[in-house]
Design a protein around this ligand. Sequence first.
Ligand code: HEM
Length: 487
Amino acid sequence: GNGGGAMFFYPSPQAALLEHLLIDHGGARAANFSAAVSPCTNYVTEVGEPSRNSGRTTAAQWLRVAEAGAITGGIDASIGFETARAENKGSAFDGSFTFWRPFVNEYVSMSDLIALGTVMSVHLCGGKAIPYRPGRIDALHADPTTGVPEPETGVDETLEEFGRAGFNKQDFIALTACGHSLGSVHHGGFPEVVGPGAVTPTNTNGGSNFDSTRGAFDPLVVHEYIDSTGSRGGPLVTSFNETARSDLRLYESDGNQTMRSLYDMTTEAFQDTCAELLGRMIDTVPSGVQLRDTITPMAIKPINVLWGAPTIPKVVTLSSGNFVTSLRPEPEKGCTAYGMSNTYFYPFSIPSSAIGDATSFAVSGDNMTAQTFPISRAGRPFFVPSMSSATGISASFTVASAADSGLEEEVLVVQVAAPIEQPLTLAPKIVTATVNLTTTDDTRSGFRFCKGSYDVHQQVTGAISLTLTQAGETLDHLLLGAGVAGW
Ligand code: HEM
């Protein structure tokens, strides 16, 4: 990975940031991402009473956004340009994009967040952990393929749409049943499916649920459909408007065989089937996109590792070269999205004199597998976080290099990447620039400092990332002004 020379993100900026969103659910250093779908009935677009009474479900919306993206040519966030199309009516798209937007930066695409949304929703609502692979690339324009299936769409046409995404009929029936385990069809958006009677003071958008547990990912929708109990499969089965009974037409298209086989499964087998199908759904990407390795929880993860950070008073042992020290955990624990176990944070600070020319540091402790992490070659230039900052529209940064290195600052180049608003979609686009550094008179503690800045000229929507390079080689990374995403 590109973490090779840089200390800051392990193992790479992309994997480090997305692992954080996937894992750090609550408590200390929470990522503020998965909280949106916890509890699973939560509606994050509004707050307080309006939220509770909305009849809308964020977890369900996230799944629907991924489904719509997968079917229209693969997940590439182009759906953001298409929310005005009739087939995309409903607030799921804008609501989800609005929540995800501040998390987008050079390393975190909107389309990877769309996929992450499905993984988080399914898992936190009671389903299995779908393997999560990053690498999706955001489109810069609308996709010419129309085709989010609508309630009035014929079975053949819908099957063709899913067929393009690589799902056969049986897969597609099961996938729809899996998806329609969460959420509702709303009178607000789909009055031709759900009548005005669904609108009440405690259900202001008139949500009519697919099953009796809109906030639980479970086989209940299948059972209620086959048994004709509860929601009986939901409004797309039972709608007053026969043309809008698309789930009924779909389920009956193979004589209910697929629905019966889902019915006969154990809950465990149902969950495995859904995880497999939904995994294929989120990995449906435009041709040419290469997904990367699956992101899994890291047992030990260096975070916020910075050169020149202030000294923090510090039982884990950390060693680097001849330097060995014992670490104590911070009192505040984190909580992971996987098994709700705890995460412990051990701050450390190593004087630069002790680092010497070490090329790695190692972490070991009781009941843990010792791990070694590569660090920048000693003496290489690095960003000084305490002398770098961002406003909403610009970044300024300082780089330190050893005074006796004989390095000419001209060989150092900073690549800047900033997410900004783009017309017609809530998905930001990334603008990049290359900045040369200027020498300053500042020399302290054996370091020389040089400076650079970049004016984006418009409001950034998320973190600005900086990459320090020398002759094309990456030396260091820095993320500035993370805002509400709170990296
Ligand atoms: C025949 C194919 C499908 C049709 C016609 C269809 C249609 C619809 C419609 C009309 C809604 C109501 C949206 C609203 O009122 O906000 C809906 C909701 C939903 N759909 Fe589908 N859908 C299909 C397949 C799928 C698939 C394959 C998935 C995912 C795997 C999925 C996931 C969802 C979810 C989670 C919701 C609830 C959204 C919410 O509560 O906000 N759907 N669908």
